[in-house]
Design a protein around this ligand. Sequence first.
Ligand code: IMP
Length: 243
Amino acid sequence: MNYNKKTYYEKTRNNLNLVFIKLALYLYLSLRLKLTLSIVERPNFTSNISKLKIVFATNNPNKLKEVQQLLPSVEIVSLQEIGCFDDIPETSNTLEGNAIIKANFVTENYEFDCFADDTGLEVDALNGSPGVYSSRYAGEGSDSENNMRKLLTELKNKQSRKAQFRTVIALNLKGEQHLFEGICKGEILTEKQGKKGFGYDPIFKPSGFETSFAQMTMAEKGTISHRGKAIKKLIEFLNSINN
Ligand code: IMP
């Protein structure tokens, strides 16, 4: 009798254990299933938002890459990518005018939102020259060496060597036009210093620095440069409307 009673209790305890194990297993499996479903069914927000697509009207791959890296939330495409191989005329006598001509050319002929930039070196003692003509200061087709030589000659007997680089960006977006400006003040050195950069970099010393642009790394120059500042304004604007 005692033996039977013991067997009965043991059986009941084993059955109860089995029920608990089954229950735990059931809970564990249903939890895992729920988790899996929630992952599978989660909507893919990133693929639902179509990225803003804007053409950067430049043929300079370095400028393009620089802006693409600073603006990952916007799809920045080159002129080549939209099949634009035209020689866009820069016929204005202002930086603003040329930036607008380039941006409008792309929007009107290729129906894309677009931004374009134009930069010039404005020297106080030369009433803002070479300005919009910076790339061809020493004549059509002249290179940076000739342009710098001419500028140094023009400034030989001048008291002031103050100058500034100025960049203007024109953006055509959703039927509206926006302008952004970046200025870097400095002075023209009496001779070339440094080998980095391009254009007038070896003879331009930004205010507050002891070296020319051509002695700075690209990253250092980018944080204080005219173009860097104009691009920063453009990026802040695009981010504000894209969020
Ligand atoms: P762009 O509008 O950027 O093509 O610039 C016109 C001209 O300005 C160039 O050909 C250069 O001679 C000069 N320039 C523009 N940006 C810079 C710069 O950052 N450093 C030196 N020269 C520049």
